[in-house]
Design a protein around this ligand. Structure first.
Ligand code: BEZ
Length: 221
């Protein structure tokens, strides 16, 4: 194990799915926030980018900005983060607005002391010791972490997939179903497998289900 691996295991937290989102206070481009009080009653999509004024990050942040209404339609607030100052964030927001007309109209955390990046496993020293990786945390209204994505510095994320995964989490919660490969709105969902012979027999009698085999059945939602 090299030094950075040891450092990573002992010093840097890696939040897990199902954990309560670690609480923190931070400065953002829209003022100070506290995670435990942020976006009350709503979902939060919190995402990090490696650095302001860099090309891939500009495309990603523009993607979040131009599709903000789709996140709002899913009762979701956006929250960005990088290890840059408020001053740098403001300069970048204004620069992108001047050149493309796209306005990053969501709070971006200035995590200069790397407090939040370390708390959320966004700082992965074998990738970069100074920049956050491209992370996305899906946090539900009860502040539970429900899905985590980590991308390296050199590959941008996919906005369709971020929105699809958010929608899938919410539909799964609402209808108590699971979502199959490539599920998207309008597709059938998977009903949980039977846990008793009574449930198995009920399933065999249920003509509304698409039954592939006894443990794999789908229904319209
Ligand atoms: C970029 O956003 O283009 C970028 C940022 C940090 C490292 C590599 C690429």
């Amino acid at each position: 194990m090299n030094t950075k691996d040891q450092f990573n295991e002992t010093t840097y937290a890696m939040p897990r799915i199902g954990d309560t989102a670690p609480d923190f206070e931070a400065l953002t481009t829209k003022g100070p926030i506290r995670m435990s009080e942020f976006a009350e009653g709503k979902w939060t999509v919190m995402f990090s980018h490696p650095a302001d004024f860099t090309p891939v990050c500009t495309t990603e942040m523009s993607g979040f900005a131009t599709r903000k209404a789709e996140f709002e339609a899913l009762n979701t607030e956006l929250l960005g983060l990088s290890i840059d100052s408020i001053h740098a964030h403001l300069g970048w927001v204004q620069n992108v607005r001047e050149h493309t007309g796209v306005y990053f109209d969501f709070p971006i955390i200035a995590d200069l002391d790397m407090k939040v990046s370390k708390l959320y496993g966004m700082l992965q020293p074998n990738e970069s010791e100074t920049a956050a990786v491209r992370a996305v945390f899906f946090i539900d209204p009860e502040k539970k972490i429900r899905l985590i994505m980590y991308y390296p510095l050199n590959v941008g994320r996919n906005m369709d997939e971020i929105l699809r995964a958010l929608d899938a989490l919410q539909v799964s919660d609402k209808y108590k179903v699971a979502m199959p490969l490539d599920w998207k709105r309008g597709d059938k969902a998977i009903v949980p497998p039977p846990k008793s012979l009574d449930e198995l027999n009920a399933r065999l009698d249920d003509d509304s289900l698409e039954k592939i085999t006894w443990y794999l059945a789908k229904k319209n939602i």
